[in-house]
Structures are given as structure tokens and as C-alpha cells.
Design a protein around this ligand. Structure first.
Ligand code: BZD
Length: 839
């Protein structure tokens, strides 16, 4: 339907001097122009989507002059540049964030209101670019925001997936995946660059030859070539004029290749090849663990890395005669091992395309890359079968073998009597199937390696990369993750933003340590009231959203106890469920001692092939069904699952939380970043000593955090001593009753087998030690419930959490990367002077 029928806007504004003015008048006029000249619609027939597109183009115009000015400034200064290489960017909706970073939210709202439009209605139209799975992809998006905000010359390189992470639907309590269609109505934020294309090759063989200087060389004769085309998205800084570049690659068939096939008369073969080429960037793998042996996934990785490095080489050669000094112009960060083939690709470019000798090429390569590790889970460490690797990338496999041969020679000299260590460190895993170990390639080919939280970085050094740490201790760093306060406070929690700005002034959003100005007010009764009203309003907004999405009614007075994140056994959503079932059981038995009414909120996607994760989603719905309809229980407990947890939903969820569930088995969650978003928004955490929880607890004060559970050392000891979950089941009455309830069919319409895979796993192996941690968890939950019944005490703790979590701003994290790893300096951009502005 059409959105606005009356009130055609008036032309003629007060500041026609500039085409990109920021006043409500200018914005209005530009909006009307965009509707006509870009969207090609007129007022009377404009749909809500048209309104969104016109608004987006209006905002984009205002970004472009900053963007061009920035490119010009960086280029003139010949600035050292960070290249963030990531297979994922979970950006979330752009319009609201761009309004904030341009500083024109009020102006836009006023302009919209003058036209009879609700700005929120426009914002709600935007489909989100979900080009990531979870924490790793969202971290990349936060880092882009902070890089621009800190005026750091930086480019984000990645893949323009036609379909991002699937839409999660729930049917009869089960997850059903639906295709993500974020591009179907057009993407106003990207600028296609049809002329910015690079060839990418696959397959074939290599052959030796002698070059014109009589030197031995290798030539790669590929079987398939295609092109990567750039799509550019500008990334605004907040409170400055810097606007960086996110460059995502789209695969298209190579023209020459097409012609060859066409000329041979094989029309359908040529068309098929084209389709095959374009498949490479079709879809994001929806798995937050590597897909074993998936050929297309390796193609995606090489495809985007090759395009990105060729692009960097092109830029470098605009300033220099050859690749000498490449590592001085660029610091390239590998976001996990997904882009680690870059080590071999840069070697290939130096050796084969630019005639460099091995030693020099290796020196440049090792000084270009730095590698971030995001996981210790052994099954999540990426390896590729040598056979597959050699078939797709024969030249790269040769280069990796050569890197390995030289590396192992060094190791044998250093550890002459320790062949086992040498085998452990090899880039190649021996066994029935030989595999390339990408984490080893990334570590050997980088000048720095970092973990993402203090405890995680220590564990990287003592477990997965232990031998490498012994060899190169100075290579290892910690950079604790951070999240952007612009999106996760200012945009998502306007009331909290108002409270902070009133006390701290507007500067806090650029310097999150200013959140500390809240601290002295933690006990102030009037301030507490304002804080409670803020929390209450956020809970009401979430309640409305829940009702809309699921039909469930929840009480904003109750304690909102929330766990949102990917569904994974190590994250232990089912431990949360065991506690919920225990509360239910107590109420039914009349033995209940915790009268705090609670609303349990879950959200998160399961990898489509991860059976246990999908069963956990079904169990959440099944427990919810029983509890929510039992009048004896539902005045005290409600359980809801918010479908399709994504950035948009997240923005509504974090501000509404009273209690944040961060309950992974100690040692398994590298950092977590949701934990930070909750805490900044005044939620208290119930959590284990895992990932960044450790640092959050130290920052907010131990008395303002509900700690429970085994430590990493205790987990190790428990497992080493032969963990028998059955004994916990036998000796703990309530735990036994809870598990027996799950096995009784009560939650599965009488089918005792439905949840058997889960209960069997818990009773037989329980690899994530839920039963061992259960008593401590339930006890910590009781403390939280008690504390919530003292509103003043709880509010004080809530305020202190928000006040003391400035450290977890991604600005702090990026400053540390700049200083400790990248050695790069800010390069502020000024719009005020010179050209680069609109004609
Ligand atoms: O990275 C996550 C970790 O599990 C979190 O602890 C951490 O906070 C964040 C950011 O550092 N890892 C992922 O999100 N990993 C993936 O999404 C992923 C995706 C594809 C393949 C492998 C892993």
C-alpha cells in the first residue's frame, strides 16, 4: 500500500547553497528529490520501502563527500593502511547508524515529521545485511566503526554474499531455515564498481620454466578463471569526517573464458561455467564452525583473499615501482584462519607475478600479516585435505610445502632431538588423510598472533599454539574484544543515551571511559528512579516485540533473564533449561522458595546440520509450551524464544535485560561480546570464569556479578580424573528429578524419546560438564532472584555495570591493535578545507 497520501511537500528551501546540507529543510528537499530522481516514484504512490530508499539515498549523498575527501587525504599522505580481511561482516541495518555517525538524527526526525512521516517506520523497513554467523562477524563490523571513528586509514575486505545468514522460522517448535533475501529490493548503501575487477584462477597444474635471466621459475596453468568485482560501502566515523571503505567482492564469470567455450561451440558448457563461477559468492556458510572439506568454502576463501591482495598490490604500485615496502604500506589482519590462504597468495604474487626471490618474498609476507584466533575448540580449527587443496590451488599447495620444508629445517636445527615436536608443528597433518593446518600457516606467516580475551590468549599460548609460543614468545598478544557504544548504546537504547549525555556530556560516545560519571549516582534515589524508568521502557518495548513475533504475553515487571547467542552445546542453553525446569518442578511440588517472577528469553540460530542444537531449540519451545499454559506456574514463570536473532532484534533485546546469561563451560568461549553489550546496558551477569566474563567481573566489581561454576583448571582436573556425570545425577535429588522430567514425555506430548539424545548425552558423556556445574548454577540463580527483590540494591548494581564497562568499547580494542600490532597512526580528515566536496 502507499504510505502517504496527503501533504505533498513544498519545494524551495533556505539553504540551497549546498546540495548536501544537514538542516531539516535541506534533508527534506533532498529526500523529495531522491524519491523522484533516484527512486523514480512520486509522493502519492510511494510505499514505505520507497520512503526508506529515498531516505537512504539522501543520507548516502551526505556520506559521499566525506568518503571522497577521506580517500584523497589518505592518498596524498601516502598513509599506512590497515586491511581487515574477514569472510564475515555482520553489519546490521545501516540507516540509523549512519544518521548517528553523521550527527543528524534530530534533523532527520524533524524533517520526517514535517512531511508527516515517522522516522522509526522508515528505519524498520531496512533489511539487514546478515553477512556473518555470530560474534566473529559482528566483531568485524564493530571494528570497522571504531577504525573510522579513530581516524585510522583502513579498508575492510570481504565477500558480498547474495544470501547472508538464513532467516530462522519456527514451525512446531523446530527451527526451519528460510532463504535470506537482503538484496532483492536493492541495496542503496553499496556502490558497484564494474571496472574494478580482478581475475581469480582455480585448478590446472604448474610447470617449471626458465625466465629471461636464466632463473628457475614456476608458472601456474589454471583450468578456470573468473572475476571478482568490487562493491563498495562507505563506513562513517562518529564525531569526525573520516569515512572508510568496506570493499566486498562479487564473483562473475571471466569474459575470456566465456568466449573460449563459446568459440568451441559449447554454448551450454559456457553457460554452465558462468553459473558455476557465480555460485562462489551465492551464500554464506551458516556454520559457526568450519565446514569440513567443502570445496566451495575453500573457493570462497581464496576468491576474496586473491581479489583483496591484488587490490592492495594495485594501490601499492601507484606509489612504488615494485613490491618492496608492501609491508610498510599495509598491515593485514586475518580474522581467524578463514583468510589465511593469503599467506600463500601473497608469496605467489611476489614470486610468480613480480619476479621476487624467495627470501625477500617471505620477509615481506611475514611482515604484512597478523592473525587473530577466535577459538580453542579442536573441532573448530580449520584444516583442508591436501588432495582438495592441490586440486583447487596446485601452486599454493607447492608454496605451502616449500614454506613448510624451510620451517621444518629450522625446527630440526633448533630441536634436534625432538622429532615429535617438529611433527606437531608441521603445516601438514599426517594421517590417513593428509591435511593443511590453516592455524599453523597463519601463525608461521604472521608477525603477530592474538587471542580475544585475557584468559583466551593465555590458553592459546598454553594449548593450541603452545609449541609456537615456545618458539616465538614475543609474537603473542592479547587484545580483549570490544563492541561499539554507538550502535549498542546510542542507537539501541536512546533513553540510556539521554541519561548518560545529561551527566557526562555528549563526549562519552567517543570516549566510553566517561561512562564512569554515572558511578557517583548509583545510590541517588532520584537517579535510580530515572534508571528504573529507562529499563522499564526497554522491557515494555521488548514485550511488545515478543507479543508481535510469538503471541506470548510477558510481564515487564518480572525479572528478564536473557540468553541470546548462537545455539551450541558449549554455550549450554540446556543448562539454563535445567534450571527453568527445576523452578517449574518446585512450584508444582510446593517447595518453591524463590518467589521472584521471571521471564526467560532465548534467541539464537542453530547451524542447519547441528542436530543437538536444533533439538535444544525444540526443547526450549516444549518447556515454554508447558510452563506458559499452566495457570499454577505462569504467574511466576514465562519462557519465550525470540525467532531469528539478528542485529535488528538484538538492538531491542540487550537494553531490556535484567540478567545476562553467560554460562559456557570454562575454557570454551573465547571471549563473548554479547556479555559486553548486556552489561553496558545495565544487565547483571550470571556467568562462569570464561572468556571476557573474567574481565567484565573484575571491571564491574565481584559483588556486582553472579559467579558460579568450575574454573578452567577445575574443568581440566575433573575430566582428567574421569568425569562421571551419572554420579551427579544419582546423588543430587533435584537434578535427577529434572532430568527424569525431561525423559518422562511431559514436555513432548508423551513421547519419552524425543529428548533422549540430549539426556543420554548428559548422562553418558556430558562433555561440557553441565551436571558438574548444575548445583552451583542453581545456587547463583537463587542469589540473583533474591537480589532482584531489592530494587534499590539491584538498580545500584545495574548502574555500576553500565558505569564500569567503558573498557569494553571497540575503540579501546582498536587503539590496542593500532599501538601493539599494526603500528599505524590516525590520519584525521577535514571536510572544511579544499576540494573533494561536491561540485
Ligand atoms: O568469535 C566467536 C567466539 O566464539 C566468541 O567467543 C568471540 O567473542 C567472537 C569474537 O571474537 N567465534 C565465532 O563467532 N566464530 C564463527 O562465527 C565462525 C564462523 C565460520 C567458521 C568458524 C567460526
Amino acid at each position: 500500500g502507499t504510505a502517504r497520501k496527503e501533504r505533498a511537500p513544498m519545494h524551495g528551501s533556505s539553504d540551497e547553497r549546498t546540495r548536501t546540507g544537514m538542516s531539516p529543510e535541506s534533508l527534506k528537499r533532498a529526500f523529495v528529490d531522491s524519491m523522484f530522481y533516484v527512486q523514480a516514484r512520486y509522493w502519492e504512490v510511494a510505499t514505505p520501502h520507497d520512503l526508506y530508499m529515498a531516505a537512504a539515498y539522501t543520507v548516502r549523498d551526505r556520506m559521499l563527500e566525506r568518503w571522497i575527501r577521506t580517500a584523497e587525504t589518505y592518498r596524498k599522505a601516502d598513509a599506512r593502511t590497515v586491511c581487515y580481511l574477514s569472510a564475515e561482516y555482520l553489519l546490521g541495518p545501516q540507516l540509523g547508524n549512519n544518521l548517528i555517525n553523521l550527527g543528524i538524527v534530530d534533523s532527520a526526525r524533524q524533517g520526517a515529521r514535517d512531511l508527516g512521516i515517522d522516522l522509526q517506520e522508515i528505519l524498520d523497513q531496512e533489511p539487514e545485511p546478515g553477512l556473518g554467523n555470530g560474534g566473529l562477524g559482528r566483531l568485524a563490523a564493530c571494528y570497522l566503526d571504531s577504525l573510522a571513528t579513530l581516524s585510522i586509514p583502513a579498508i575492510g575486505y570481504g565477500i558480498r554474499y547474495e544470501h547472508g545468514i538464513f532467516d530462522q522460522k519456527i514451525v512446531d517448535g523446530w527451527q526451519v531455515e528460510d532463504c535470506d533475501l537482503w538484496l532483492t529490493n536493492g541495496n542503496p548503501w553499496e556502490i558497484p564498481r564494474p571496472l574494478l575487477r580482478y581475475p581469480v584462477r582455480f585448478g590446472g597444474h604448474t610447470e617449471p620454466y626458465t625466465d629471461e635471466h636464466g632463473r628457475f621459475r614456476v608458472r601456474w596453468v589454471p583450468e578456470l578463471d573468473l572475476y571478482g568485482m568490487a562493491y563498495d560501502t562507505p563506513v562513517l566515523g562518529f564525531g569526525n569526517d573520516n569515512t572508510n571503505l568496506l570493499r566486498l567482492w562479487h564473483a562473475t564469470a571471466g569474459r575470456s573464458f566465456d568466449l573460449q567455450a563459446f568459440h568451441k561451440g559449447d554454448y551450454y558448457g559456457a553457460v554452465n561455467a558462468k553459473v558455476g563461477a557465480e555460485n562462489i559468492t551465492k551464500v554464506l556458510y551458516p556454520n559457526d564452525e568450519p565446514e569440513v572439506g567443502k570445496e566451495l568454502r575453500l573457493k570462497q576463501q581464496y576468491f576474496f583473499v586473491s581479489c583483496s591482495l591484488q587490490d592492495m598490490v594495485r594501490v601499492h604500485l601507484q606509489h612504488a615501482p615494485n613490491l618492496e615496502g608492501f609491508h610498510e604500506r599495509f598491515a593485514a589482519q586475518l580474522n581467524d584462519t578463514h583468510p589465511s590462504i593469503a599467506v600463500a597468495e601473497l608469496m605467489r604474487l611476489c614470486l610468480d607475478e613480480h619476479g621476487m626471490d624467495w627470501e625477500r618474498a617471505w620477509e615481506i609476507t611475514r611482515r604484512t600479516f597478523a592473525y587473530t584466533n577466535h577459538t580453542l575448540l579442536p573441532e573448530a580449527l580449520e584444516t583442508w585435505p591436501v588432495e582438495l587443496f592441490g586440486r583447487l590451488l596446485p601452486r599454493h599447495l607447492e608454496i605451502i610445502y616449500e614454506i613448510n620444508a624451510r620451517f621444518l629445517d629450522e625446527l630440526r636445527m633448533r630441536y634436534p632431538f625432538d622429532p615429535e615436536r617438529v611433527a606437531r608443528m608441521s603445516l601438514i597433518e599426517e594421517g590417513p588423510v593428509r591435511r593443511v593446518r590453516m592455524a599453523h600457516l597463519a601463525t608461521v606467516g604472521s608477525f603477530a598472533v592474538n587471542g580475544v580475551a585475557a584468559i583466551h590468549s593465555e590458553l592459546v599460548k598454553s594449548t593450541v599454539l603452545r609449541d609456537f609460543h615456545e618458539l616465538w614468545p614475543e609474537k603473542f598478544h592479547n587484545i580483549t574484544n570490544g563492541v561499539t557504544p554507538r550502535r549498542f548504546i546510542q542507537l539501541s537504547n536512546p533513553d540510556l543515551c539521554g541519561i548518560i549525555t545529561d551527566l557526562a556530556g555528549p563526549g562519552w560516545a567517543r570516549d566510553a571511559e566517561n561512562l564512569r560519571t554515572l558511578e557517583p549516582h548509583a545510590d541517588d534515589a532520584a537517579f535510580q528512579q530515572r534508571w528504573q524508568a529507562m529499563k522499564r521502557a526497554a522491557k515494555e518495548r521488548l514485550a511488545a516485540r515478543i507479543r508481535e513475533a510469538t503471541g506470548a504475553v510477558v510481564d515487564p515487571q518480572s525479572l528478564f533473564d536473557i540468553q541470546v547467542k548462537r545455539i551450541h552445546e558449549y554455550k549450554r542453553q540446556h543448562l539454563n533449561l535445567l534450571h527453568i525446569v527445576a523452578l517449574y518442578h518446585r512450584i508444582k511440588q510446593g517447595t518453591d522458595s524463590d518467589p521472584t517472577p521471571r521471564t526467560f528469553v532465548f534467541g539464537g540460530k542453530a547451524a542447519p546440520g547441528y542436530f543437538m542444537a536444533k533439538l535444544i531449540i525444540k526443547l526450549i519451545h516444549s518447556v515454554a509450551e508447558v510452563i506458559n499454559r499452566d495457570p499454577e506456574v505462569n504467574q511466576r514463570l514465562r519462557v519465550v524464544f525470540v525467532p531469528n536473532f539478528n542485529v535488528k532484534n538484538a538492538e531491542c533485546i540487550y537494553p531490556a535485560a535484567d540478567l545476562s546469561e553467560q554460562i559456557s563451560t570454562a575454557g570454551k568461549e573465547a571471549s563473548g561480546t554479547g556479555n559486553m553489550k548486556f552489561s553496558m546496558n545495565g544487565a547483571l551477569t550470571i556467568g562462569t570464569l570464561d572468556g571476557a566474563n573474567v574481565e567484565i567481573r573484575d571491571a564491574v566489581g565481584h559483588e556486582n556479578f553472579f559467579l558460579f561454576g568450575l574454573t578452567v583448571a577445575e574443568v581440566e582436573r575433573t575430566l582428567a580424573e574421569g568425569y562421571r556425570p551419572w554420579e551427579y545425577y544419582r546423588s543430587h535429588d533435584e537434578l535427577r528429578e529434572v532430568i527424569d522430567l525431561l525423559r518422562s514425555g511431559l514436555f513432548s506430548h508423551g513421547d519419552p524419546d524425543l529428548f533422549r539424545p540430549l539426556t543420554d548425552s548428559l548422562l553418558q558423556h556430558d562433555p561440557y560438564l553441565l551436571l558438574a556445574d548444575y548445583p552451583a548454577y542453581v545456587e547463583a540463580q537463587a542469589r540473583a532472584g533474591d537480589a532482584f527483590r531489592d530494587p534499590a540494591g539491584w538498580t545500584r548494581m545495574s548502574i555500576l555495570n553500565a558505569a564500569r564497562t567503558g573498557f569494553f568499547s571497540s575503540d579501546r580494542a582498536i587503539r590496542e591493535y593500532c599501538r601493539n600490532i599494526w603500528q599505524v597512526e590516525p590520519m584525521p580528515v577535514s571536510l572544511a578545507a579544499g576540494n573533494g566536496s561536491v561540485p
